[in-house]
Design a protein around this ligand. Sequence first.
Ligand SMILES: [Zn+2]
Length: 303
Amino acid sequence: MKRYRNKSLRHRVLESYYYRTKLSHGDYRNLVDEIQGYRGELEYDAAMGELPAEFLVVNDLMVPYGKSQFQVDGLVGYGDTIIHHEVKNYTGTYVMGGDECVSEKGHRIDLYSQISSVNTRLYNLARRWGYRIKIISYTIFIHPEFQINGLDNDGRIVFAHLFPAHVRELLNNPLEPSTQVKGFLERLMDIDNLEYRPPDMPYYTDTRPGILCPHCHSFEKTGTRQTWGCGKCGFEEKVLDAIGRTVMEYHEIDPGVPITTQNAFHWCGGQFDKQQVRRALKKHFNQLENGRGTTYVRRLRSN
Ligand SMILES: [Zn+2]
């Protein structure tokens, strides 16, 4: 099934802008939130990694639903049931006051609205497709320094210190997923929208071109004609691959700009000759001939 997880598109684009321009305060806050959320998801994946392959685990889906989409952090097929996990990496102490969950600074979170809406949507899809399954939803608060005082927990909230036991319970009582559950999970993966682009993506015009080291994000370059080397941390890769990923980075920032040799040459900071840039584009993208010359399009990812 689908156990991998990528940084979200918003995360990748904000990160790229962070190194290539000056982020607004709001976008910087959004980047910090993305990083925090992603770290939490990786923690979650590490814990769930204890479940062997016979457990059907599906991570990180963007499910089209009517005219909108909804995101699912993790699903486990378990007998005739799907266990649904939403992962939150919040920190700090919250207090229940009536039905409201509020932080010391007055920040309010709605504990059940997200799992409840995802649960309903999954249920409706299953029904529409003719699957008879149960779906149980949990919010996993994965950060150990998060607590809610005064919470009367009905079990739908799983705190970090309880999460290992939650996973162990599945591990110790394995249940083969039913044909219905398998079918539903496969269908969800089929419609997973890998190309989803949120409508409110950040956009900056003044970006610094060049190749960023994927490890230390330095622009400093050493290396030969064949090899791109990072002048700071020593990371090395083939020049064609360094060009390919930089073009992909610019394409994600603004998919409206056509991928041409001239544009790619500029995005990479003008440091390679055009023949090399063209070879890199041929290696990593599909060629498209039209009346006005050659452009390139990205290859669709497959699961
Ligand atoms: Zn580096």
